[in-house]
Write a protein that binds this ligand. Sequence first.
Ligand code: GRF
Length: 211
Amino acid sequence: MSRNVNLGVLVSGAGTNLQAILDAISERKLAASVRLVVSNKPGVLALERAHEARVPTKVVSHRDYADREAFDGALVEALVGAGVDWVVLAGFMRLLTGKLLRAFPNRVLNIHPSLLPAFPGVDAQRQAFDYGAKVTGCTVHLVDEGTDTGPIVAQRAVPVLVDDDVESLTARILVEEHRLLVEVLAAIAEGRLDVTPGIDGKRTRAHLRRA
Ligand code: GRF
């Protein structure tokens, strides 16, 4: 049984992952509602996409805050105020501190364009291409205080083709990112995400139960 999950989506740029979420909701493929879109940058396309879908938006510029904790505090205030249950980083380019993660324990997701733990950080598609990887892909993971180091929820492999350049590879990965992110959120709405906290130094594990 799906229940409506209240999402807060953090963006920094194009917002194609946000658009994938909005489209899935309007096509009734995702039992969720986007309560707020927050960008750390004004004027990005992601904000226009939210406006088109009549989703409330807020710009919280990291430049307006003395430090990361204060910035996160403003994010938490906006997200909690909007009734958000789950936070989705969709092309969001800032590291989060424990302040936001404590407000949404094991409820902050990120979509990353590589098969973590390979190629964390920025420009993951180019990292894989330049390394000569034959298979790369995308990962949805729970966010922790590291850089793309949180518990992996789901992954999708994408081949690197012999005539690829970084742009063609990036475009192929992006298609799979959109599909994977919606699949994970739909599973969460159906209560199918299991999180097993790690003990004795082991990593926390997350996985999606089959429908
Ligand atoms: C995507 O590859 C995402 O994984 C990365 O930024 C790219 C753009 O995302 N973090 P979006 O189009 O802004 O959702």
